[in-house]
Every structure is written in structure tokens, then in C-alpha cells.
Write a protein of this length. Structure first.
Ligand code: 6R9
Length: 655
């Protein structure tokens, strides 16, 4: 058996290196001994309630949890506002002029917003939204690059109780349109463009294309456009407005809406096992409690830290650990617009040295790319300000972990390998850097208050040190998803049906070793993880099939040394169409256009047939055996048992 990155599990579990927190780190850490685990276990609801008490509420809750599996409600009757917790409460004390966001554009321009600056901007943009007719409960779509207006717009939505739906700026017009339609969103915030590898990405033109696709399907009342690059952009009078013009005339203050703890804070689309992305719904009180607590303990956030998470805010990692978690904690957050290898491969290390960053959070795929570039790039810079490193998004292989530890952490920084998902809202399995002895490749233990297990198909726990099984979460937690937007049935079926309505099924394989440490092995469903981005095989398959030359397609994930996994497509062409390098390139481009460049297949093979069961189900397992060079599994249930062998030969003969 192998995990998603092709690592044999046995080799992983032979990993014997151990890293204890340095005494100097432990001495000033928030958590210094293991007693927090037992305390939380004795009374999980009390544990979470104590965290919620560290937030600011207009009205305290009267009940911590109501659990009608699979529906949980947290902090019932409580009223609060996320923007008050991330901004207002910091401006009343010594953090007023502390840097909240230090932003660096790709061309090298910079902006620093103090908490007071952020307060003014969020208030003004909240007034702008109100002036455009946005009401409590309206979904506002935000299609912005990594510029300060993105967190400002999110917090402004939160202030007036309008849930935001941020769509990653790397997504295509089609992807934006389908998300706006699904969300029933009548408002869009975007920018003229942004910088990526020295070029201007014409975001407004992409947004316009999406709006064209929406014509007749979804009314869009207003589009607010941030001027980032200053290049000429098309403007539709009446509908499009400039951000800076609206801000100039806006009311200075906008009182925050008192939101119910269970009111929706935002939705975030993520890929599932079907072609249609699902809008994961997060609410206000529980989500904020979860990200606040985990940011403080997992990153051991101290008042003087300078924190940089390299993710894009368009993903859940950016929502929870650039915006809501760190700002709720009053942290100084660094935000970078562009590519990590621009203008040179040392850009992250330039940024760390320049701002004296103390906490750095990135993904294994980035670490593997840094390692491939070589240690000379970090070596050019003084990285001695760093004291803690984090990893998220996919399993980290021990070699990448060791490289990170040595070449970025200088051998002195604890590494927190954090397992969680869009759906979990906050970190679930992770070391606590002041107490946990880490093992390269293991996310170690569930965060206090979280109850996780590894179960077999029947729901029996797989004993520690035995085989692999499925990761499971056995009890509700505050930042858990509350549903899938508009699809109750899918919520129940996807997450709460494998074993019972009260056990959450994340879709990851995992193992527990003799010390009780968790080793997350990657997805067990038709979801792949390409450079830390979640993609569904079905989504890519439907993109391929949407090309006129394609009759049928099967997509699987092949192991890749840097990206972890890459999509590989097996395609049956329409009669009369001929495969070849040109069509292969065209199909790759087509997928990049329909979904996003991150979904572009690494290879597209033209095949005469696909391995199918008698009932017509494509057996992707056999295709995986082929690309991973394994002995072909059981083919007896196939309609045509010879197909896999034919494909194997084709795969081996085509470069
Ligand atoms: C936060 C985020 C979730 C999926 C998840 C799993 C993989 C994330 C991981 C990890 C092993 C880790 N994953 N962190 N696997 N170790 N530390 O990435 O959310 O985009 O929803 O992806 O990512 O497979 O199920 P999301």
C-alpha cells in the first residue's frame, strides 16, 4: 500500500527521527505541558466555552452545544460580530497603531495597515456595501487577488452580516459564474487586475466574461472594481463602480450588525467527488472560536510575532489563518501578492528577512519546490528571525520535512504539520509546538477537544500500530461546517453516512502508530491534491468531455515529485477524430480554461476503450495501477478484461 504521494506506508512508519521542542521555545510558549489534553477531554464543551469567552460578544450564549446528529449548533443565543473581534476590539487598547497587515506587491510596492487603518477601511467599505443595497444575508462574491482590499472586503461583509463567497483569483470565468449562480449572488467585488510573474493578469476582463455567462441566469446588481494595476479596463456604466470613488464618498462609520452565533459568516466552494463544487457553509460564533483558539496555540502566537502564511486567501487556509484567526488574535500578518519565484527563487526568503518574520506557514508542494531549487537560495538570507514553521494542505514526506527543518528552520524551529479541511474550518490534528515531540511526516495528535480515530469500513477502530484505515472525527467541534449551500442531502451523504449520523467522514486515509500519532495518508475518494489544491477527478472529466473532440474521459491522479499529485486523463475521442500532440495540448489548455490552470492535466492519453465494469462504472483503481506502475489488480469484473493491459502498454510506450 502507498499513500497519495506514492510513499510506501511501511517506510513512513519506520521513520524514527524525533524532535523535541527546544527548551528555549517551551519556556515562553502558551502551552508548556500536556495537561491541556486531559482537561479538554474531561469537559470538551467547557473547554470550547472558555475559548469563546476570550472573544467579544454583544450577548453571551445560553447553551454551548445542541447536537442533533448530523446537525450541530454552537453557542446558542449568543450574539457577536466577526469584524468587531478582528478589528474594533484591538483599537481600544495598545494595539491601535500596531501593524495588522504588512502587504507586499509582486513588483515590490508595499503598504502597511495598522489596526486603526483597518478599522477605518472596513467601516467605510461596509458603508459602501450598504449603499449599494447589500442587506444582511445577501451573499457577496469576492474575486480579488492578494491585495489588502480582499481582507477589507471580507471584514466589511462580516460587519453588515452579508456572507462572503471568495472565489480564488486563479479560477476561470466559468468557475466564477457557476459559483455566483449557485450562491445566488447579486454583488461582485473584483479588481482591474494583478501582478503574477511580472505580467498583469486581466481579472476584470475575466469577471466580465463570467458576468456574460450569467446573463439570464443570475442578476448582478453591482460590481465594485479595485484599481490595482491601473491598466485600461472595460466598464459597464450603472453596474460597475470604482472602489476608490465609492470609498471617498462613504460614511466614515458603519455600526456592526449583532449576528447570531449560528448566522452564516461565509461560504467557500470546494471540490467533492462529483463534478459540481460544493459551497461549504461556516457560521460566526463557532468558526471564530475555532480559528482563534488554534491560531493562538498551534502557532504559539505572541504579541510581538510577525506571522506569514503563504496561502492565498481564496482558499480556506487563507480565510482561517491569514484573516480570521490571526486578526482575531491581534497579530501582525504579512501578505504577499505574487509568485514565490519572482523575480527570483529567493523571494520568500527576501520577504522573511525584510520583515523579520517569526512564524512561517506554507505547503509541502512549496517546500518540495524550494528543495528542488537548492539551499543556496535561503542561504543568501538571514532567516534567524524565524521561530516556528508550519505545513498544511497535503501529507508532507519526511525528506521535505527534514529539508524545511534544516534549511529554513536552521534546525531550531519546531514544525507544526497541521491536518484539517475546508469543512473543518480550523486545524484538527497538529502538534502543539511547546509540548509535542514531532516525527517527520506525522501530524501527531488531535488538537485538545477534538476526538479523532482511524476506523475500518465497518466502523471498528483500527488498533494503533496495525494497518491503515479511514480518518474519522467522533464528536462535533465549534468550527465544523454547518452544511452545503442548498444541498442538505449531499451534506448528510458525503460526511455523515459512512458509519452513522454522528461520525464525521473526512475522506482521508490514515494510520495511528504505537505512540498514538496520526499519519494522514491522503484522499481515499475521487479527490486529488495537486500542489495543495483540492480537485475532483469528475470535475476534470466533465471539463474534458465538454470539448467537442472528446466522447469519454477518465481522470486519475498520478504521483509527482513536486506537486504531490497531477491529473492524468484517459480519453476516448469522437468517431473520426485523430489523437496527437496537438490535440493533447489543446485538451490540456481547454481544462485550464474551463477550471483553472492548476487543473491542467499533466498528460492526456488517447485510448480506444476504458476499463469498465459490466454495469459501466469506470474502474479508476486500474488506471491508477497503470500510472503507478503496479501489478494490475483484479480485472475479472470488467466488461472487457483485456483493456487494462492494452492501456498499460500504451502508457509505457508514450513518453
Ligand atoms: C486546509 C486544507 C483538505 C485535504 C484533506 C487532506 C489534505 C490537508 C494535510 C492534508 C495530510 C496534512 N491535507 N492538510 N493531508 N497532512 N497536514 O488544505 O483544506 O483544501 O479543503 O483540503 O487536504 O487530504 O482532506 P482543503
Amino acid at each position: 500500500m502507498a499513500d497519495a504521494a506514492g510513499r510506501p506506508i511501511d517506510a513512513l512508519l519506520r521513520e524514527e527521527r524525533r524532535f523535541a521542542p527546544p527548551e528555549s521555545f517551551r519556556a515562553r510558549a502558551h502551552v508548556r505541558d500536556e495537561s491541556v489534553y486531559e482537561e479538554a477531554e474531561r469537559d470538551p464543551e467547557g473547554f470550547w466555552a472558555r475559548w469563546a469567552e476570550e472573544l467579544e460578544w454583544f450577548q453571551k450564549w445560553d447553551r454551548v452545544l445542541e447536537w442533533n446528529p448530523p446537525h450541530a449548533r454552537w453557542f446558542l443565543g449568543g450574539k457577536l460580530n466577526a469584524s468587531v473581534n478582528c478589528v474594533d476590539r484591538h483599537i481600544r487598547g495598545p494595539r491601535r497603531n500596531k501593524a495588522a497587515i504588512i502587504w507586499e506587491g509582486e513588483p515590490g510596492d508595499t503598504r502597511t495597515l495598522t489596526y486603526y487603518d483597518l478599522y477605518r477601511e472596513v467601516n467605510k467599505f461596509a458603508s459602501v456595501l450598504k449603499g449599494l443595497g447589500v442587506k444582511k444575508g445577501d451573499r457577496v462574491t469576492i474575486y480579488l487577488p492578494m491585495i489588502p482590499e480582499l481582507p477589507i472586503a471580507m471584514l466589511a461583509c462580516a460587519r453588515i452580516g452579508a456572507p462572503h463567497s471568495v472565489v480564488f483569483a486563479g479560477f476561470s470565468p466559468q468557475a466564477l459564474a457557476s459559483r455566483m449562480e449557485d450562491a445566488g449572488s447579486r454583488f461582485l467585488v473584483t479588481s482591474d487586475g494583478f501582478y503574477r510573474r511580472g505580467k498583469v493578469v486581466p481579472l476584470k476582463a475575466q469577471a466580465d466574461e463570467a458576468l456574460k455567462l450569467l446573463a439570464g441566469k443570475q442578476d448582478v446588481e453591482a460590481v465594485v472594481v479595485v484599481r490595482r494595476t491601473g491598466h485600461e479596463v472595460p466598464f459597464t456604466p450603472g453596474r460597475d463602480r470604482w472602489w476608490h470613488e465609492l470609498m471617498e464618498q462613504a460614511e466614515r462609520l458603519c455600526p456592526p450588525e449583532a449576528m447570531d452565533a449560528e448566522d452564516m459568516l461565509f461560504m467557500m466552494y470546494t471540490s467533492g467527488t462529483t463534478g459540481r463544487p460544493k459551497g461549504i457553509v461556516h457560521t460566526t460564533g463557532g468558526y471564530l472560536t475555532g480559528v482563534y483558539a488554534t491560531t493562538k496555540w498551534v502557532f504559539d502566537l505572541q504579541e510581538d510575532d510577525v506571522y506569514w502564511c503563504m496561502a492565498d486567501i481564496g482558499w480556506i487556509t487563507g480565510h482561517s489563518y491569514i484573516v480570521y484567526g490571526p486578526l482575531a488574535n491581534g497579530a501582525t500578518v504579512v501578505m504577499y501578492e505574487g509568485a514565490p519565484d519572482w523575480p527570483d527563487k529567493d523571494r520568500p526568503w527576501v520577504i522573511i528577512e525584510k520583515y523579520g518574520i517569526t512564524i512561517f506557514y506554507t505547503a509541502p508542494t512549496a517546500i518540495r519546490a524550494f528543495a528542488a531549487d537548492g539551499p543556496e537560495y535561503p542561504r543568501r538570507h538571514d532567516l534567524s528571525s524565524l521561530r516556528l514553521l508550519g505545513s498544511v494542505g497535503e501529507p508532507i514526506n519526511p525528506e521535505a520535512w527534514m529539508w524545511y527543518h534544516e534549511h529554513i528552520g536552521g534546525g531550531r524551529c519546531p514544525i507544526v504539520d497541521t491536518w484539517w479541511q475546508t469543512e473543518t474550518g480550523a486545524i484538527m490534528i497538529t502538534p502543539l509546538p511547546g509540548v509535542t515531540v514531532t516525527k517527520p511526516g506525522s501530524a501527531t495528535r488531535p488538537f485538545p477537544g477534538i476526538k479523532a480515530a482511524v476506523l475500518d469500513d465497518q466502523g471498528n477502530p483500527v488498533p494503533p500500530g496495525q494497518g491503515g484505515g479511514y480518518l474519522a472525527i467522533l464528536r462535533p467541534w465549534p468550527s465544523m461546517l454547518r452544511g452545503i449551500w442548498g444541498d442538505e442531502e449531499r451534506y448528510v451523504n458525503t460526511y455523515w453516512s459512512k458509519w452513522g449520523r454522528d461520525v464525521y467522514y473526512p475522506g482521508d486515509g490514515a494510520k495511528i502508530d504505537e505512540d498514538g500519532y496520526f499519519w494522514v495518508l491522503g484522499r481515499v475518494d475521487d479527490v486529488m491534491n495537486v500542489a495543495g489544491h483540492r480537485l475532483s477527478t469528475m470535475e476534470i472529466e466533465s471539463a474534458l468531455v465538454s470539448h467537442p473532440a472528446v466522447a469519454e474521459a477518465a481522470v486519475i491522479a498520478a504521483p509527482h515529485p513536486v506537486k504531490g499529485q497531477v491529473p492524468v486523463g484517459f480519453v476516448i475521442l469522437e468517431a473520426g477524430r485523430q489523437g496527437g500532440p496537438e490535440l493533447e495540448a489543446e485538451l490540456k489548455e481547454h481544462v485550464a480554461k474551463v477550471i483553472s490552470p492548476i487543473a491542467r492535466p499533466d498528460r492526456v492519453l488517447f485510448v480506444p476503450d476504458l476499463p469498465k465494469t459490466r454495469s459501466g462504472k469506470i474502474m479508476r483503481r486500474l488506471l491508477r495501477d497503470i500510472v503507478e506502475g503496479r501489478q494490475l489488480g483484479d480485472t475479472t469484473t470488467l466488461r472487457d478484461p483485456d483493456v487494462p493491459e492494452q492501456l498499460r502498454q500504451m502508457y509505457a510506450s508514450q513518453p
